[in-house]
Design a protein around this ligand. Structure first.
Ligand code: NAP
Length: 298
């Protein structure tokens, strides 16, 4: 089968298609026939060598939507033919979701959202789980104010929607062209890129990884949530600084699937690109202004 790999770190030109063995599910795992797979910023990081693994052939891809085609021993909840979404956690792995088949732990998947096309569903797992956990980490009560940076990004837009659902007063920080979209998601405040809010906020969810300047928007004793482990600015003024790290949690993913099915959580697809053109997709990801997830289809 075909799989997207890197053998040497670098730019999009280092992304290549390899012929590899179709993986077999072990106990507690399922094999998924990949129908669509999201291309995330972390895939570009892996490709560039940010997470190490030099000298190994590394498979790319975390997000997947497709159907189960084989079930490993001891898996009672899933059967072949079921449509699922899942998260293949791991920076340095021999095979990722950017492939024709992938094996995942049964605990890392959820039934795919009904009524949503496969490409759209493939953008949910990594960004959705990240946004949801980040909003939880804020730990703010309804009515509190939160600023989401990078709000027009995939994680940011999902976080805006989930924070609005949690009753928070959401201000979105993004480019001027993104304002109407973010207000349509429920943001009641808007700050243009390069600027800051008029008043300090109770919390900042920093999906644009602005760091120190974003911390500066938080009131004394508020909260800052970062999305790149190890990259958050040092705490100051009694601000709680926390960092989000995603987990492949199928039960949590199922709750997000329910929101998508109910029309309460909107996902955006930027472009659908053939898996064999994965290098082109990485080029596109590197271009600022992408709005929505780039999806690869085998
Ligand atoms: N820790 C975890 O578990 C975890 C999981 C998933 C994602 N992440 C991280 O979360 C971040 C967001 O991911 P994503 O998938 O949402 O990426 P994305 O769709 O590319 O969104 C990033 C957004 O930030 C905007 N942005 C960049 N620089 C900005 C600035 N200076 N001011 C305002 N906005 C700015 C981008 O706008 P332009 O395109 O116009 O520049 C884009 O809209 C990435 O760093 C990713 O690695 C972490």
């Amino acid at each position: 089968m075909k799989a997207v790999v890197v053998d040497a770190f670098g730019g999009p030109e280092n992304v290549r298609i390899a012929e590899v063995e179709v993986p077999r599910p072990e106990a507690g795992q399922v094999r998924i026939r990949v129908r669509a797979a999201g291309l995330n910023p972390v895939d570009a990081g892996v490709r560039a060598g940010v997470f190490g693994g030099e000298g190994q052939r590394i498979g790319l891809g975390w997000d997947v939507a497709g159907e189960i085609d084989e079930v490993g021993a001891g898996v009672a909840d899933w059967t072949a033919g079921q449509q699922v979404v899942g998260l293949h956690y791991g920076t340095v792995k021999p095979l990722g979701t950017h492939a024709e088949y992938v094996v995942l732990d049964a605990t890392a998947i959820a039934a795919a959202p009904a009524g949503v096309d496969t490409a759209t569903a493939a953008g949910l797992p990594l960004a959705g789980l990240t946004a949801a956990r980040s909003v939880d980490l804020l730990g703010l009560a309804p009515g509190a104010s939160v600023l989401v940076t990078g709000a027009a990004g995939v994680v940011g837009a999902l976080a805006v929607q989930l924070a609005v659902r949690a009753g928070l007063a959401v201000t979105a920080l993004a480019g001027a062209d993104d304002e109407a979209y973010l207000r349509s998601l429920g943001a009641t405040g808007f700050v243009r890129r390069g600027e800051g809010p008029a008043e300090p906020v109770d919390g900042v969810l920093d999906t644009a990884v602005l760091g120190g300047p974003a911390l500066g928007f938080v009131r004394d004793g508020g909260v800052y949530v970062g999305v790149i482990p190890g990259a958050a600015p040092a705490a100051e003024r009694g601000i709680r600084v926390v960092e989000q790290e995603v987990a492949a949690d199928g039960e949590h993913l199922a709750r997000l699937v329910s929101l998508v099915e109910a029309g309460d959580l909107a996902l955006r697809v930027a472009e659908v690109i053939d898996l064999v053109d994965a290098a082109k997709a990485h080029d596109r990801l590197a271009t600022p202004g992408v709005r929505g997830r780039i999806i690869l289809t085998p």
